[in-house]
Design a protein around this ligand. Structure first.
Ligand code: SAH
Length: 389
């Protein structure tokens, strides 16, 4: 069997050899044959030694997404094996079947995201090659699990770059909800309607950390979504929790979750964060614990300076309403903002606000979002805990 060959320029191959599975178009010296979008190619170094096998796309900056070091045909059994391998990790990590089942490149299925809510699954294809093989992916999920429903949640911006349409659809089954128990907190999740691919599993471990410092606190969960942090804080003994999100749908679900958990110490507010912070600070309201988990501030590298300024302003506002000795749990999911940059911005805001910081903990996404050591892009979530004096 002969595959089209993509040959790399000298020196460009090092990153790929150390485990980064993308080949950028400017790193290629020569392509044999005329591979089409989604076709499998063999990647070789400048001395013509094989580095790996990947999916080709002539129309994007990422020309090849490597999925194997040794040749394997990406057929039905390939997808079933890879999903099974991803599953075996999650089964070791979590007691119940609610998690990110496949995290793209980190699970050696580049461009594929699958979240599992017991027997309901959401699938997102972030590359043209995965999109072309989506029926194989759906079939593998059906073969491995007695799935009741699969939903296609293809609304990510990354798809635009790949020239793929925005899709939200039921692949099979009907619209259903599933009750997820996060160590004693119940969330009713609608995978077809929830944000992104249904639920923010990535903050799970950080939410558990938040519980440890919740007792008796007057807490604020800013950008709360369906109450991921808010409910965990409320269950863990916070005196009061205010949850703020600008999405009425998210707050509606939060209200449903408050009832499911029989909580009487959570107040939910549909409001823009900036406007909420403005009002709170003019009323001189104070919180002992603030969780801040905004959406991404960047879409590309160009937006980094604006994002930094945005994080700066946001944290200055938070310091205004955080009580002396209060705790701040803050996150950035912006891909192009590195951890050092994020922490520097917070440090600068603290100085401007006349506050001192004690860094208590650094965290990332929960381990159903494993990080590829050779691929910094897989470590997008930066979580930091501070005591603020
Ligand atoms: N902490 C949550 C996830 C938060 S995701 C969890 O653990 O589940 C970010 C949230 O910010 C989304 O729910 C989104 O609706 C909300 N959001 C986006 N822009 C906002 C704004 N300007 N003001 C308030 N909320 C906003």
């Amino acid at each position: 069997m002969t595959l089209p060959i993509v040959r790399l320029k000298p020196k460009e191959e090092n990153r790929v050899m150390t485990g980064h599975p993308w080949v950028f178009s400017n790193e290629i010296t020569e392509i044999s044959g005329t591979p089409k979008t989604g076709e499998v190619v063999e990647v070789k170094d400048h001395k013509a030694r094989t580095i790996g096998f990947g999916f080709y796309n002539p129309n994007t900056l990422i020309s090849v997404r490597i999925f194997a070091r040794e040749y394997v045909e990406p057929d039905q059994s390939f997808f079933t094996d890879r999903i099974q391998r991803a599953l075996s990790l999650r089964e070791r990590l979590f007691p119940n079947p609610f998690y990110r089942l496949v995290y793209g490149e980190s699970d050696f299925l580049p461009g594929l995201i699958v979240d599992r809510f017991d027997l309901l699954f959401t699938v997102q294809m972030l590359s043209a090659a995965m999109e072309m093989r989506k029926d194989l992916i759906y079939q593998s999920i059906r073969d491995l699990f007695s799935a009741e429903a699969i939903y296609e949640r293809d609304e990510a911006h990354a798809r635009v770059i790949e020239g793929l349409p925005q899709v939200k659809a039921i692949v099979f089954g009907t619209e259903k909800t599933a009750d997820y128990d996060e160590e004693g907190v119940t969330f009713r999740i609608n995978p077809l309607k929830g944000q992104k691919t249904g639920f923010y599993f990535d903050q799970r471990m950080n939410r558990l950390f938040a519980r440890r410092i919740a007792a008796k606190a007057r807490a604020l969960d800013l950008f709360s979504n369906e109450g991921g942090f808010a409910l965990n804080l409320a269950i863990a003994g916070a005196e009061s929790v205010v949850a703020v999100d600008s999405s009425p749908a998210a707050i509606e679900n939060l209200n449903c979750n408050i009832q499911l958990n029989h909580l009487d110490n959570v107040k939910s507010v549909v409001e823009d964060a900036e406007s909420f912070l403005g009002k709170s600070s003019s009323m001189d309201e104070k919180f002992d614990l603030i969780v801040c988990d905004p959406p991404s501030f960047t879409r590309n590298r160009k937006s980094v300076p604006t994002a930094k300024a945005g994080y700066g302003r946001l944290h200055e506002s938070l310091f205004r309403i955080l009580a002396e000795g209060g705790i701040l749990l803050t996150s950035s999911c912006s891909h192009h903002i590195f951890r050092e940059t994020f922490e520097e911005v917070i440090q600068k805001s603290a100085r401007k606000s006349g506050r001192s910081l004690q860094l208590l903990k650094r965290g990332g996404a929960s381990p159903d979002h494993p990080v590829l050591p050779g691929m910094p892009e897989t470590e997008y979530l930066k979580f930091v805990a501070y005591r603020v004096l």
